[in-house]
Design a protein around this ligand. Sequence first.
Ligand code: ATP
Ligand code: MN
Length: 270
Amino acid sequence: MAGLDDVFGDLFSSVDAVLLFSPSGSYYERFADVEDLDVIVVGTEDTVGAETFVELPLAFDDVKERIRFGLEGALEQDVIDDGDDLVCATSMFGDGTDTISRVRADAESHTGIYDLFVKSRAEPEVIKAVLELAIELGKKGQKGKPVGALFVVGDAGKVMNKSRPLSYNPFEKSHVHVGDPIVNVMLKEFSRLDGAFIISDAGKIVSAYRYLEPSAEGVDIPKGLGARHMAGGAITRDTNAITIVLSESDGLVRAFKAGEIILEVDPEAY
Ligand SMILES: Nc1ncnc2c1ncn2[C@@H]1O[C@H](COP(=O)(O)OP(=O)(O)OP(=O)(O)O)[C@@H](O)[C@H]1O
Ligand SMILES: [Mn+2]
């Protein structure tokens, strides 16, 4: 008689590695005895002293996002290879591992999102909040009309030195941070006006209405895009900031780092 192993066993046959997402110590220990198996621990912290560890900048409530991010980080760190068959064990409902999923590593699906979060100066939560805001703004527009916006995140002092005010700064004396719902409403409202938002490493809104003046020499931006994207790309080469740019003309959200475009997402897909 066939047992469940015969049916579900396919999930585990010829896998190249197992990714354990935030496992408990005892759960992790149990894998030590499995022969010829690469075990990779993924999480915001390595609480089990794993031999191979991939860091997540955020816990990611959404399991699909968590796994996608873990895979991208593992590929980035060369602990898995393109085309590897992998089993991911994570928790969806409670604290313990309750969910198994089999995936294939795909280097082509590389989005650059790992570099954006993990190797940037600004805090991951801040980058995430700004990215979410830009996506939301792109989805809804402002009063039904498409809007563009430019957010410069991190290394704010240097960015301020390479820019000038276009108008009064509504955030001059305030101590407000991205992610706060009221602030998001304000940022959306101000996005109708010109210039860039400058945000500190810790998420403080330093200024709105900044005109960026980086040297734009040799910065490549996608065809059809203009000054906003040029300035957004170039400032990340002159400073350690990253930028998140929503295009009014094509509706896409792009992120730049070190003068390169490293992420391009369609808000409608989120
Ligand atoms: N150097 C700059 N610093 C800050 N903001 C800028 C800069 N240059 C342009 N912008 C802003 O970008 C807006 C759009 O400019 P432009 O159309 O040339 O950019 P773009 O890259 O084509 O962006 P979009 O796809 O949104 O049209 C301007 O109205 C201005 O608010
Ligand atoms: Mn334009």
